[in-house]
Design a protein around this ligand. Structure first.
Ligand SMILES: NC(=O)c1ccc[n+]([C@@H]2O[C@H](COP(=O)([O-])OP(=O)(O)OC[C@H]3O[C@@H](n4cnc5c(N)ncnc54)[C@H](O)[C@@H]3O)[C@@H](O)[C@H]2O)c1
Ligand SMILES: [Zn+2]
Length: 369
């Protein structure tokens, strides 16, 4: 089928499939019954997804005669907290889920990260499946097994690597996602082209309208993105090397998110959009990448409705000094030298472990003009 793709993540004993399809949720009851014949299920979701999409999930589980408990956390990044982790763990235990039962992470990246981490610790580890309902979760966070929550010391500092047993990326779920969130997910999708797949980036330039409108290009792009992520994950499951390329645009992006308090002023994908443009411009300034590539990247992300420079963030502009502090605190710092994902041009990103903080500072100062 034109709109259906199956992507296999080849991780040996931890291998799993991702189904991308318009009715992936509606088929889940039968699929789960077949995969886990005697299991009960614990659904972890958030309040928005509960309202918009949970009835579909309940219907398919009911039709398959499966038993389940449900817990819904407040929507938003603040649910990736130790308090909310405690709540969902206790809810799952109160529902008498046993070690062989299955957690279902039903929502965007927040729910996926929280529920996946909960699954990794309940009864010393339960299996889970991901049912990502945001574009960002479908193309990025649901694939690869990174799970976790935030600490006052920073984002994603408490967590575990825990791979799901199955991922069901349902295209119909995206119809209730708002446009701004969809665009933010699109930034992560474009990232795969910019890292090492120029052809994909050029294809996106031609097809992004159809992706936004929901034609067959959308399913194709999501599956392509999952395959791209799968490649990095299978090569380097625990991010000791090449998986770090997935952080393209993220050092600048995280600093901007931190400086805006992880608020509605700047979604993660929006920070990544600005960050990827900055990474290309910075590489151009260092004489590594052609300046026209930075312009091309900026033009495309702008056409897709994403912010591409710091001045587009509503509210007070974060100071360069403050951004530098966040950059230095970012986890990609080792012994004083800054690690950045730089690029030689579209589709040729690389890891540079020796970036001089003064150069970054000077570059960000220039961006103020
Ligand atoms: N584990 C990883 O590898 C990884 C990778 C990238 C990002 N992340 C994490 O993912 C999180 C961001 O994910 P996100 O952008 O999906 O955020 P999110 O989970 O907060 O979802 C965004 C918003 O969309 C709503 N929503 C989701 N699906 C919906 C639907 N179908 N209909 C209506 N509303 C819907 C949510 O309730 C929320 O308000 C961050 O915490 C980030 O750290 C993790
Ligand atoms: Zn990201």
């Amino acid at each position: 089928m034109q709109n259906e793709h199956l992507v296999h993540i080849d991780l040996g004993q931890r291998a799993y499939d991702i189904l991308v399809a318009p009715d992936a949720i509606d088929r889940l009851g039968e699929k789960l019954k077949e995969m886990f014949p005697s299991a009960r299920f614990g659904i972890i979701t958030d309040t928005n997804v509960e309202k918009e999409q949970l009835p579909r999930l309940k219907r398919t589980l009911d039709e398959a005669g499966l038993e389940y408990a449900i817990t819904a956390v407040p929507a938003g990044e603040s649910s990736k907290s130790i308090d909310m982790l405690n709540r969902v763990v206790e809810d799952m235990l109160a529902a008498r889920l046993e070690r062989n039962d299955i957690i279902i992470a039903f929502g965007g990246g927040v729910v996926g990260d929280l529920a996946g981490f909960a699954a990794s610790i309940i009864r010393r580890g339960m299996e889970f499946v991901q049912v990502p309902t945001s574009l960002l979760a479908q193309v990025d966070s649901s694939v690869g097994g990174k799970t976790g929550i935030n600490s006052p010391h920073g984002k994603n500092l408490i967590g575990a690597f825990h791979q799901p047993k199955f991922v069901a990326a349902d295209l119909t779920a995206l119809t209730t996602l708002n446009e701004r969130q969809f665009r933010a997910g699109y930034a992560e999708m474009a990232k795969y082209g910019l890292i090492d797949d120029a052809e994909f980036f050029f294809w996106l330039e031609e097809n992004y309208r159809e992706i936004f409108e929901g034609g067959p290009a959308r399913a194709k792009a999501i599956a392509h993105a999952c395959r791209a992520k799968a490649r990095f994950v299978t090569e380097d499951e625990k991010e000791l090397g090449a998986r770090a390329l997935l952080n393209l645009g993220h050092t600048f992006g995280h600093a901007l998110e931190a400086a805006t308090g992880y608020s509605d002023r700047l979604l993660h994908g929006e920070g990544v959009s600005i960050g990827m443009v900055l990474a290309h411009k910075f590489s151009a300034k260092l004489g590594i990448a052609p300046g026209q590539d930075a312009t091309r990247v900026q033009n495309h992300l702008e056409a897709a409705g994403l912010p591409t420079n710091i001045s587009q963030i509503p509210g007070d502009r974060p100071s360069v000094e403050e951004l530098m502090q966040h950059i230095a605190q970012d986890k990609k710092v080792s012994r004083g030298a800054l690690t950045f994902i730089l690029t030689k041009g579209i589709g040729t990103a690389f890891i540079e472990k020796n970036v001089d903080a003064n150069e970054v500072f000077a570059f960000l100062k220039e961006q103020e003009n």
